[in-house]
Write a protein that binds this ligand. Structure first.
Ligand SMILES: Nc1ncnc2c1ncn2[C@@H]1O[C@H](COP(=O)(O)OP(=O)(O)OC[C@H]2O[C@@H]([n+]3cccc(C(=O)O)c3)[C@H](O)[C@@H]2O)[C@@H](O)[C@H]1O
Ligand SMILES: Nc1ncnc2c1ncn2[C@@H]1O[C@H](COP(=O)(O)OP(=O)(O)OP(=O)(O)O)[C@@H](O)[C@H]1O
Ligand SMILES: NC(=O)CC[C@H](N)C(=O)O
Length: 552
């Protein structure tokens, strides 16, 4: 029995499905933990979280089992033991679990009991809930291993305490949401620590995974609820924590206490990290963006530069006859402030070509939205041609307000591979832009200063698809629209509830109609990173075809 344990907390990225790569990274982290007793990695570190339906492939389960045995053999070298998360097949059933690897073998396995099945999670689709887990014994110390969702409810930790657990080590795959770092610490882990009187180490993964992004922000709280260690958010970090047996049980000595990003820096980091990992892990050499001189594409360009560096971002201004010289100038100014390649490709020849092609079929019709959408589609085709020819992936720029009401052209400005703004309302985009002009986030590769020219922030939003067009000609002002959408989307409120809060009934009914009618567009849209509690994608899953409206 020991009185001191050194536990290496490894906040790292994961490669979903690339078991060999995860093994290599875990081995490297273990080598750096030389001299420690134990290494704690995030949830499912071996196969990556969330694995989704990769779990249905027997080959993945077998490969994970072999890799775990290989890793276990490593621990015969007398170096640190490891706590490794993976998928486990047991009697034909699949479990999300953690294995204790020490002395050259798999010494113990514990399964996750509480399987999250809400919001973006559907773990019950793949896994069977494990029984209430017993502590594992390591060097004579009884350690509880609650896995992520297990700590969000009192039951598992309370059970571990009754079974003699002396400390709680929790591997996590907890996706970012605005202000969730506070929630995890104060509303979840401090409570579990205080309820049980046990110290708790919380280790979360970092990095982007399609529409999810993980912020890390791992920590340790002691049994009295006090914070012993706070690790960084958004980056990888490895920290050696020192645990001692005191008179009233085990505690963790105070260690690093890093500052976490405040809002809106956290949301900027989420979009930046998600875009970086999506582009890099899908082997794209860079990105190409239609830069209009408006706020959305300017913010996407700045995010892309922060994520990838200016040398991998190509901005293309595609003026039409409705593009005012202010837009041309602001686009150029923005590209130059960001230090990116900037091209100007006028679309007039293609517009003329379509006019001629459709002349006889469109004879006797009025010019309307059709012609506006053709311009947007010409730009989409142009960006996709540059992507095909030279390799960069197209980033789309539709913010959440626009994606909510279908204010974007399908197969036009919606054409592209990834949308960093998909979960950011227009009012948030403005806030982000103002903030980015005053600060450079940690890990960002872009320059400081006014990277989004003030002229772009100040001008009224316009699609510039017809003369003097303004977004507010067809939509309520964005502060009103966003407040209504917040109610309808994020809080699942209905028309009556919003009217009782002071919104105009006809406007709310109109917005609700637009929201439902645009579902088909969202289903065909590029994925984008989740920031809030109801992203379009894994969180909010409405039917396309339905007849429900909240107003009778
Ligand atoms: N349920 C459904 N399932 C599948 N397809 C469905 C459908 N309902 C309509 N459609 C099809 O969708 C087509 C209509 O969609 P679409 O062609 O996109 O056209 P639409 O939504 O009518 O127009 C695009 C809107 O976006 C605005 N816009 C465009 C470009 C940029 C911006 C901006 O500022 O960001 C704004 C523009 O001013 C206009 O209000 C129809 O022709 C119909 O065939
Ligand atoms: N003249 C243009 N040159 C290049 N790209 C354009 C141009 N006009 C529109 N786009 C692309 O289409 C997207 C939608 O554009 P639009 O200007 O119609 O509306 P928006 O949502 O207000 O976007 P932004 O704020 O970027 O202007 C833009 O973000 C941009 O990527
Ligand atoms: N992987 C999990 O179990 C995640 C669920 C958990 N409530 C979280 O987001 O932190």
């Amino acid at each position: 029995m020991v009185d001191t344990l050194t536990i290496r907390l490894v906040q790292m990225t994961q490669w979903v499905g690339d078991i060999a790569k995860n093994v290599e990274l875990m081995r490297e982290a273990r080598a750096r933990a030389d001299g420690c007793d134990l290494v704690l990695y995030p949830e499912m570190q071996l196969i990556g979280y969330p694995p989704e339906d990769l779990i249905l492939k027997p080959a993945l389960i077998e490969r994970a089992a072999h890799a775990l045995e290989d890793l276990a053999r490593d621990t015969a070298d007398g170096g640190p033991a490891m706590l490794v998360g993976s998928v486990f097949r047991d009697d034909g059933l699949l479990y999300n679990g953690t294995a204790l690897l020490c002395d050259g073998r798999i010494a113990a396995i514990r399964y996750k009991h509480e399987l999250p099945n809400y919001g973006t999670f559907d773990e019950r689709r793949h896994f069977t809930p494990g029984p209430l887990p017993e502590p594992v014994e390591f060097k004579g110390v009884k350690i509880g291993l609650p896995i992520c969702e297990d700590i969000w409810h009192p039951k598992v930790c309370a059970y571990l305490k009754t079974q003699g657990a002396e400390m709680l080590l929790s591997p996590n795959g907890s996706p970012y949401e605005i202000e969730k770092d506070q929630l995890r610490l104060e509303n979840v882990c401090v409570r579990r620590a205080e309820e049980t009187g046990l110290p708790l180490a919380y280790v979360n993964r970092v990095g982007g995974q399609d529409e999810l992004v993980f912020d890390g922000a791992s920590f340790v709280v002691n049994g009295d609820g006090s914070l012993a260690i706070q690790m960084i958010d958004w980056g990888e970090q490895e920290v050696t924590s020192v645990w001692k047996r005191g008179e009233s049980g085990w505690f963790c000595e105070e260690g690093v206490e890093e500052d976490l990003a405040e809002h809106p820096e956290d949301a900027w980091c989420a979009m930046m990290v998600a875009t970086r990992d999506y582009v890099n892990r899908n082997h794209m050499p860079g990105v190409v963006i239609g830069l209009s001189g408006g706020i959305d594409s300017a913010v996407v360009a700045a995010l892309a530069v922060d994520a990838l560096g200016p040398e991998r971002v190509w901005c293309v201004m595609m003026p039409s006859r409705y593009t005012v010289s202010l837009s041309l100038g602001l686009a150029e100014e923005c590209a130059s402030a960001l230090g990116v390649r900037h091209s100007v490709i006028p679309i007039a020849p293609a517009v003329k070509g379509f006019d001629e092609m459709l002349e006889s079929d469109f004879a006797d019709t009025e010019v309307d939205l059709t012609e506006e959408n053709i311009q947007s589609r010409i730009r989409g085709v142009t960006l996709m041609a540059l992507s095909n020819k030279f390799g960069p992936m197209v980033l789309t720029t539709g913010n959440k307000s626009e994606m909510s009401v279908g204010y974007a052209t399908i197969y036009g400005d919606m054409a592209g591979g990834y949308n960093p703004l998909k979960d950011a309302y227009k009012t948030t985009v403005f806030r982000m832009a103002r903030w980015r002009n005053t600060a450079v986030p940690r890990l960002a590769r872009g320059p400081g200063g006014e990277v989004i020219p003030q002229g772009i922030i100040d001008r009224p939003p316009s699609a510039e698809l017809r003369p003097d067009q303004k977004d507010e000609d067809s939509l309520p002002p964005y502060d009103v629209l966003d407040a209504i959408l917040l109610g309808l989307v994020e809080h699942e409120q209905g028309v009556d509830e919003l009217v009782s809060k002071g919104f105009d009934r006809a406007t709310v009914i109109h917005v609700e109609n637009l929201l439902h009618r645009a579902e088909y567009k969202r289903r065909q849209s590029a994925p984008g990173v989740k920031l809030g509690t109801k992203n379009f994608g894994r969180d909010r899953r409405y039917p396309i075809t339905h007849g429900f409206r909240t107003a009778q």
